[in-house]
Design a protein around this ligand. Structure first.
Ligand SMILES: Cc1ncc(COP(=O)(O)O)c(C=O)c1O
Length: 419
């Protein structure tokens, strides 16, 4: 993956021309997102194009029409799709299993990886909370502990690498590192960390939840032990579809979270059978990825998302600055194409619960589906772009939400003046 941008935040203010469908309709017409809400948070839960929803519905109807035929031949069908999804993320099919989500992929590693008593796990303070909690539970079970590396928000890739490796001790067995971080929308230098870890005999799990769809060959040059990426985020798959890639010989240790009839099989075939479970999301995923490939090409889609994110980041940061007189642009050290941070006015989203409460208030009172995050006691607006977004979405956010958020921030500071 070569597309990281380690330069200062974007200054480009040119809005890209909105994408359309072959019939001239706006790209959003291919989704079923409510026209009564503003959708600028693809990164949290994704959005499924209509054609993939229809395919999944048809698969469900097939399952409900002939359950015995469906479940008898399901593992073979999953095997075919697994190879396609491996190709989509640029991984070898022999090393790729399908799991329901990134959390499940991490749980598979935590529950399967041999760990001696007292072994330690290194995570970072940018890690996804739920995945870090799994690491903590695993460490507790083995009488070990989790060490958290502090990586400053604007750390260069080298500084981030050094912070993680400096947190390792001779007891460290596993490093869990995000490929693209959730709260801070930045890349971590996973290739360099995986290489250093391997030299020291430490296993690496890369949480690439946001990565599939955003980069063409995301695993290129990364020699980690395990990597997991969600297809139901930027690849627009039906929810409940992720790929778990296992590169080292440790793959034979991995078992799905549900023990089923595939257990005697080798990795990854043993993941293709999961008892009586609705796996139609897996089977409909190639329809979602194929739709974007056929309509704009993934390269065209990515170029658009990046250009729109440049524009959005710029106008939102500028709008906050005009209200507060402060600089709201953020240097995240290694930024991504479709996820960006803009600093919120002081007083908002200083903690994770406050950020979630802000998201809930914004969606409840304004029908604006947005992400707010918190890192180091500072609140951020994390914007996402996808092909169905347009410049007008972010202009609307500027007009409707920026003044309101500034008012709420002033209220928060007034009610807690010591902050
Ligand atoms: C970095 C990261 N890891 C893991 C997850 C969890 O994804 P899921 O809920 O699909 O398991 C997310 C979700 O946003 C994420 O951003």
């Amino acid at each position: 993956m070569t597309s990281t941008n380690t330069s200062a935040p974007a200054t480009r203010a040119v809005s890209p021309r909105a994408l359309t469908l072959p019939d001239g309709m706006p790209a959003a017409a291919a989704w079923t997102l409510s026209p009564h809400a503003l959708h600028i948070n693809h990164g949290s839960f994704g959005a499924v194009p209509r054609v993939a929803q229809e395919h999944q519905n048809a698969l469900r109807a097939e399952m409900d029409a002939d359950p015995v035929a469906w479940f008898s031949f399901l593992p073979e069908r999953i095997g075919v799709v697994r190879r396609e999804l491996a190709a989509f993320v640029g991984a070898s099919p022999e090393r790729s299993a399908i799991v329901p989500n990134a959390s499940a992929g991490a749980s598979v590693v935590y529950s399967s990886l041999p760990m001696s008593q007292g072994a330690e796990i290194v995570v970072t303070d940018h890690g996804y909370g739920a995945v870090t909690m799994g690491a903590e539970r695993m460490a507790r079970r083995r009488g070990g502990r989790v060490r958290t590396a502090h990586v400053p928000l604007g750390a260069t890739p080298q500084q981030a690498h050094d912070a993680v490796m400096d947190a390792c001790t001779d007891k460290t067995r596993l490093i869990v590192i995000d490929h693209i971080t959730s709260a801070t929308a930045r890349f971590m230098p996973v290739a360099a960390i995986s290489a250093s870890a391997r030299e020291r005999g430490i296993v690496t799990l890369v949480d690439g939840a946001h990565v599939p769809g955003l980069y063409a060959d995301p695993l290129d040059g990364i020699d980690c032990d395990f990597w997991v990426g969600n297809l139901h985020k930027f690849a627009c798959a039906p929810r409940g579809t992720a790929v778990l890639v296992a590169n080292s010989g440790l793959r034979d240790e991995l078992y799905p979270l549900i023990d089923s009839w595939g257990s005697p099989l080798a990795f990854p075939e043993r993941f293709d059978t999961q008892g009586t479970l609705d796996l139609t999301s897996y089977l409909a995923t190639p329809t979602a990825t194929g739709f974007i490939a056929d309509t704009w090409g993934w390269g065209g889609a990515r170029d658009y998302m990046g250009a729109l994110a440049d524009y959005a980041e710029n106008i939102v940061a500028t709008a906050f600055s005009e209200q507060t007189g402060q600089d709201h642009r953020v240097d995240v050290g290694a930024s991504t194409n479709a996820l960006r941070l803009v600093r919120l006015p002081d007083g908002l989203a200083r903690t994770h619960p406050e950020a979630d409460a802000l998201r809930n208030r914004v969606v409840s009172e304004f029908n604006v589906e947005a992400a707010f995050t918190s890192f180091g006691g500072v609140g951020y607006f994390r914007l996402s772009t996808h092909v169905y977004n347009t410049a007008a979405d972010f202009e609307e956010f500027v007009e409707r939400m920026v003044p309101t958020l500034c008012d709420w921030a002033r209220d928060a500071v007034r009610s807690a003046p010591d902050l």
